[in-house]
Design a protein around this ligand. Structure first.
Ligand SMILES: *[C@@H]1O[C@H](CO)[C@@H](O)[C@H](O)[C@H]1NC(C)=O
Ligand SMILES: *[C@@H]1O[C@H](CO)[C@@H](O)[C@H](O)[C@H]1NC(C)=O
Ligand SMILES: *[C@@H]1O[C@H](CO)[C@@H](O)[C@H](O)[C@H]1NC(C)=O
Ligand SMILES: *[C@@H]1O[C@H](CO)[C@@H](O)[C@H](O)[C@H]1NC(C)=O
Ligand SMILES: *[C@@H]1O[C@H](CO)[C@@H](O)[C@H](O)[C@H]1NC(C)=O
Ligand SMILES: *[C@@H]1O[C@H](CO)[C@@H](O)[C@H](O)[C@H]1NC(C)=O
Ligand SMILES: *[C@@H]1O[C@H](CO)[C@@H](O)[C@H](O)[C@H]1NC(C)=O
Ligand SMILES: *[C@@H]1O[C@H](CO)[C@@H](O)[C@H](O)[C@H]1NC(C)=O
Length: 910
């Protein structure tokens, strides 16, 4: 078939595969190989000592970080000439080999962070003209000559954390396209006039990071070569106020725009600290985390262009009306936790913010025990957002129409009073905030009945958030009468349980309301009309209440259909309410509903078609109920379009009736996500499936119910039949056997008697007849006798002297057939009935002979026949049942038939 050589080859191949198989398998399991996808190879964290040679050659990105490489030999990189991005950070590379960029001409990104590169020479990067980003952070760089001078395209250079002793990276102009330079965490302490002169042609340079560099000397004009600089980061350098003012002076000739001065120990700002910036256009200044306790009056007067000032996390003791003097362009002032931690409470003087006429956003969150007076915010004529959250203002505890009066001149649109310890809102407290659209009052201690005056004047308000007010607010019919434009109202965990008992409903004017949160209130009683008029309601949150009674059919006055006016609902949350039933009408008409949440209730069997109107449903949550069955009559419609189903932790009944449809649906669906399906959906019943996943349910066990029933019927019938047969055999055994024999013979036997069979018998037929019929026998049968055919007639052929019984038995034995001449007389003849017939039948059965011929002289009823002779016509072959013809001309035919009947075989066929 095959030549010896090719046979050997294929044999070798097979062996090879067999031996390689397991090792491939191990590799896959340990996952110690690179992950390659879309041209990117990820070989990180593999303890590699060299670059793997077996990656696809067309990769453009290689991540080989966190390994044990000691170099990047061009030999191994030559395999991947298309590399654009190479990440070799976190290795032990001590040296860049020449020709790296000749091997990888397309390289744009090279990351060598956290290696041990020391000497960097001219040639090392000389060909890297396409390199855009070079990260050499956290090495031990020592520059020899001009190693960066070839980087014509470089935009980002990071040489931070290298213990560099100078900011100078070269002596001649280079890096013409540099945008960002990171020199952070190096050890130089001075910036000399010519240090940045190597960048004096880098007109794109925008950002310089000098974080944590311990500067103390700055020569004037040190930033002059990089005067296009826009952002300077000095975070964490702890250089103090004196050096900062030097930095500022040095920056005076630059285009500096943003200054980040975080964590620098600027305890005090003096009125000259920023003087150097007065010629610049700084718009962004971050002074957070400086432990700053004092701002001298006029400190910011040099920053008229400043737009954003961040002073979070400081220890300011006092703000005065001169603190922010000169900040006429400021739009955003961030003072989060800026006035905290102090022996005496920090103070905001009256008119402190008055200079800030452009301020739009003031954030005073997280401050300590401040006092708000009637002039605190005076002058903020542009303020649109005020955030006072998380602070304790003694003056806010009981709000009156004077408390925030200083904001009367501000076009405030958003007021954040979350967590400000408010206890009571008096009428008119917000009445002058005519532009307000969002009012946040969550997490306070408001305990009062809202009568309507509280929100008076808030003509434009669209959102009132009042969640988490310790369930001590009550509503009245007029609570929201002054705010008809409300779109969002949250009252979660804020209302007393009986807060919504009133009629008419407090919400009836809120035709624009789209979101209403009434959750976590323990509400047990609401009126059917509660949501009448809220025609635009889209989101309704009612979870964690006690609404179960409202939907009980046994409820006095019938179930309360409180959703009947909210036909545009999109999101409905009814979790944790103790619901154990849902009336069929409860969710009628909610055809827009996309999300329904009914978790943690006591729902068990849901009524058919209860969800049938929910044709838009996308998310259904029903986890932790008592649902046993998921039937199509209930769930087919709501589940037809779902993208998320959460129904875990129900005591599912894993039987065909209850779960088959659901598991089939789950198996089929590819557009609905069902998280936790594998381990959170467990069968509770029946015992065989207890605690197993519903997906273990075997659908085949339901498939062929009908054959199983048939089989059951069949087998039980068989058992009953057997019992009947056993009884019959016990009591009528001989008769059955007789019938059986005859039956078999009738079906199978038509063959003629064999010749020798005849010779065993002396007579062809033993004739049984009544005495009365003797004359008929004499006249009609006897003449038929000849040498071929002999009858045995008891009267004529019995051996003289033999007892009669013995003679009958003997003669029957000698006869091949037994011929009954049936008349009424025969049936009455005691001899015939008692003995001859019995004997005849006995003989027939004993000898297994089908040997009975009946000749009817009269029409005898079958019933009588069977009673007397234990025979029926139907049990014999039709040719063995003969009728004596009435018409004479048929007598020859009768004879013929008789002879045929007598000539038949007696034997049962084998
Ligand atoms: C700075 O404050 C001092 C007093 O503390 C004052 O004499 C001086 O004129 C102020 N300088 C400027 C520029 O405001
Ligand atoms: C900067 O401040 C000086 C006085 O300290 C003032 O003479 C000069 O006009 C200011 N320059 C600008 C641009 O405001
Ligand atoms: C500051 O902005 C003004 C115009 O807004 C401009 O004329 C001036 O040149 C800018 N100063 C600097 C240093 O960029
Ligand atoms: C403030 O409320 C008091 C009574 O509480 C009232 O006399 C006064 O007129 C109100 N002032 C304003 C400006 O509404
Ligand atoms: C505030 O409302 C007034 C009128 O009520 C209006 O003229 C002004 O433009 C509004 N301001 C803002 C910032 O919306
Ligand atoms: C409801 O909203 C519509 C459209 O935004 C607005 O025209 C209408 O004035 C609002 N209704 C109320 C009562 O504010
Ligand atoms: C789900 O599908 C798999 C294969 O397609 C089948 O073996 C399994 O029996 C099915 N399960 C159900 C519950 O339909
Ligand atoms: C889900 O399966 C159907 C048919 O099997 C297919 O037509 C449909 O695109 C699939 N949808 C998704 C999101 O895979």
């Amino acid at each position: 078939m095959c030549s010896p050589r090719s046979c050997l080859l294929s044999w070798a191949l097979i062996m090879c595969c067999l031996m390689m198989g397991p090792s491939y398998y191990v590799a896959a399991v340990k996952k110690n190989s690179c992950h390659v996808q879309d041209g990117r190879a990820d070989c990180s964290h593999l303890s590699l000592r060299e670059i793997p040679p077996d990656l696809p050659t067309n990769i453009f990105s290689l991540d080989i970080s966190h390994n044990r490489l000691v170099g990047l030999p061009p030999v191994s990189l030559k395999l991947y000439p298309g590399l654009v991005h190479l990440d070799a950070s976190y290795n032990s590379i001590s040296k860049l080999e020449e020709g790296l960029c000749q091997t990888l001409p397309l390289l744009q990104t090279l990351n060598l962070k956290h290696n041990q590169v020391h000497l960097l020479k001219n040639e090392d990067l000389s060909h890297c003209t396409n390199l855009i980003s070079l990260n050499m952070a956290s090495n031990r760089l020592k520059l020899e000559g001009e190693p960066f001078s070839g980087l014509q395209s470089l935009k980002f250079l990071d040489v931070s954390i290298n213990k560099l002793q100078s900011a100078t990276l070269g002596s001649q102009p280079q890096l013409p396209r540099l945008v960002k330079l990171n020199l952070a965490f190096n050890e130089f302490t001075a910036l000399k006039r010519e240090d940045f002169s190597f960048l004096n042609q880098s007109s794109f340079l925008q950002l310089l990071n000098l974080s944590s560099v311990p500067l103390n000397t700055l020569e004037t004009g040190c930033f002059k070569p990089i005067s296009g600089l826009r952002t300077l980061i000095l975070d964490g350098s702890k250089i103090g106020t004196r050096v900062i003012s030097k930095v500022c002076s040095a920056l005076s000739d630059t285009a500096i725009d943003a200054l980040s001065l975080k964590k620098m120990n600027l305890i005090t700002l003096t009125n000259t600290t920023f003087i150097g910036l007065n010629k610049t256009n700084v718009t962004f200044l971050d002074l957070s985390s400086n432990s700053m306790s004092k701002i001298e009056d006029g400190s910011f007067q040099w920053l008229p262009k400043l737009q954003t000032l961040i002073m979070s996390d400081n220890n300011l003791k006092r703000l005065t009306n001169s603190s922010f003097m000169g900040l006429e362009s400021l739009k955003k002032l961030q003072l989060t936790k800026a006035l905290v931690k102090s022996s005496s409470s920090p103070i905001i003087n009256d008119f402190s913010f008055q200079p800030l006429s452009s301020l739009e956003s003031l954030i005073l969150a997280g401050n300590k025990a401040l006092r708000i007076t009637e002039h605190t915010f005076t002058g903020l004529t542009s303020l649109t957002e005020l955030d006072l959250s998380g602070s304790s203002y003694t003056s806010l505890k009981y709000m009156t129409n004077r408390t925030l009066i200083s904001l009367a001149g501000s076009p405030l649109t958003k007021l954040n009073l979350i967590g400000t310890d408010i206890n009571l809102i008096n009428n008119g407290s917000f009445s002058f905030l005519r532009n307000l659209t969002i009012l946040l009052l969550d997490y306070n201690f408001i305990r009062q009945s809202l009568t309507g005056g509280e929100f008076e004047g808030l003509d434009k308000v669209q959102e009132i958030h009042m969640s988490n007010n310790y369930q001590s607010v009550t509503l009245s019919s007029g609570s929201f009468v002054g705010v008809p434009g409300l779109r969002v109202l949250t009252l979660g965990k804020s209302l007393r349980a009986e807060a919504l008992n009133q009629d008419p409903s407090p919400f009836r004017f809120l035709s624009n309301l789209t979101i209403l949160d009434l959750s976590n209130n323990n509400i047990a009683n609401i009126k059917e009309s509660m949501l009448e008029g809220t025609v635009n309601l889209k989101v309704l949150k009612l979870q964690h209440n006690n609404l179960a009674r409202l939907w009980k059919s046994a409820n006095l006055g019938g179930p309360v259909f409180f959703l009947k006016y909210t036909r545009n609902l999109i999101n409905l949350q009814l979790d944790y309410n103790g619901f154990d039933e849902i009336p069929v009408e409860a969710l009628r008409g909610l055809t827009s509903l996309e999300e329904l949440s009914l978790t943690n209730n006591l729902l068990n069997s849901l009524k058919d078609s209860v969800f049938d109107d929910l044709t838009s449903l996308r998310v259904l949550r029903l986890q932790k109920n008592l649902i046993t069955a998921v039937r199509p009559e209930v769930f087919k419609t709501p589940m037809s379009n779902l993208s998320l189903l959460v129904m875990e932790k129900n005591p599912f009944d894993c039987t065909c009736d209850s779960i088959l449809w659901f598991t089939t649906w789950l198996n089929k669906t590819n557009m609905t996500s069902v998280p936790g399906l594998k381990d959170q959906y467990k069968c509770n019943t029946p015992l065989t499936y207890f605690n197993r996943s519903i997906m273990d349910f075997d659908p085949l066990s339901c498939k062929d119910m009908t054959p199983f029933q048939a089989l059951y019927i069949l087998s039980s019938t068989a058992v009953i039949t057997l019992i009947v047969i056993a009884l019959l055999v016990r009591f009528h055994g001989w008769r059955i056997q007789f019938y059986w024999n005859i039956l078999i013979n009738r079906t199978l036997g038509y063959s003629d008697a064999k010749l020798e069979e005849g010779r065993e018998f002396e007579y062809d037929a033993y004739v049984v007849y009544a005495d009365r019929d003797a004359s008929w026998v004499e006249r009609r049968l006897v003449p038929l006798e000849n040498e071929m055919c002999r009858f045995c007639l008891e009267d004529r052929d019995s051996v003289i002297g033999m007892p009669q019984l013995e003679s009958i038995v003997d003669n029957m034995n000698k006869s091949r057939k037994i011929l009954f001449v049936v008349t009424e007389s025969l049936l009455k003849d005691p001899w015939c009935r008692r003995f001859k017939v019995y004997q005849a039948l006995h003989q027939v059965i004993e000898a297994s002979r089908d040997s009975v011929v009946l000749v009817f002289l009269q029409d005898v009823h079958d019933y009588k026949l069977s009673r007397s002779l234990f025979l029926r016509r139907g049990m014999l072959r039709s040719c063995c049942v003969l009728d004596w013809p009435v018409h004479k001309e048929r007598v020859p035919a009768f004879h013929q038939k008789l002879l045929i009947a007598l000539g038949m075989t007696n034997r049962l066929q084998d």
